[in-house]
Design a protein. Sequence first.
Length: 270
Amino acid sequence: MSYLSLSIDKISTPKRYPFVFPNSSIGELRQKIKETKARILPVVYDERTLKLVGIIRRGSLLSITSTKTKATAKDLVEDPPLVFGLSDDAYRVAKMMISIDEWYAPVVDSKRRLLGIVGLEDILRYLLEVEHPILEEPVENFMTRDVIFVEPTTPIYKVWQLMLSKKFAALPVVKKKKIVGVIAEYDLITRGFTRPDLEAGSHRKGPVVQEVMSTPPVVVSPDSMLEEAVETMLDRDIGRVYVVEKNNILVGVVDRSDPIIRWLGYTKGE
């Protein structure tokens, strides 16, 4: 299988992309994400046909635990909102993904056999390859200024609730206006947190952010060129970079969708 040789307007994803089966255990799904850092896991019927069943989102694994149930992949699988074919071009792919805030989509053939995954990073890589002019603009032209954050002493269960309610994949950790770390879905999954653990409530202190967060945070300055931010996200395989002024004072965030929104001619929020 080619895991992905994707001819979407000269875009390709060079890395192999993992997949799982309907009977894969929750523990196996967690391990797969821990090893590969995949944001979504395609579910296929079997390794011979590779026919796509659906996808499992990384955040879904925070709601269930294999130690409490015999759940398998088929209990978490959902229909992907977007599915593309090899002939789709980059502009169409980007426009459809941005329109519903979907960062990843399976790519299949005419028999719905999985060929791979297309992600926003593929579009960003394309913009770098063609040296698009927007990459020479400063980061401050693209960043979101009102950044939702948590503090080092915030209980993990509150982070989990915020991620689920706001659909955040990561949150900056801020102390006295300075960013000191980042906490992401990946951190919670790899540390083995589950829904029963996270539904702690006020009567149970539980772990706090500073015990789990990743450090140091990946940051750029407001006057950095967007090209630097994009290259950093691609090189570090992260979804966003945080924008700081002197002494790491957090002033904004740029994520993978921001350059693509501008490339498409949209205004953020459309």
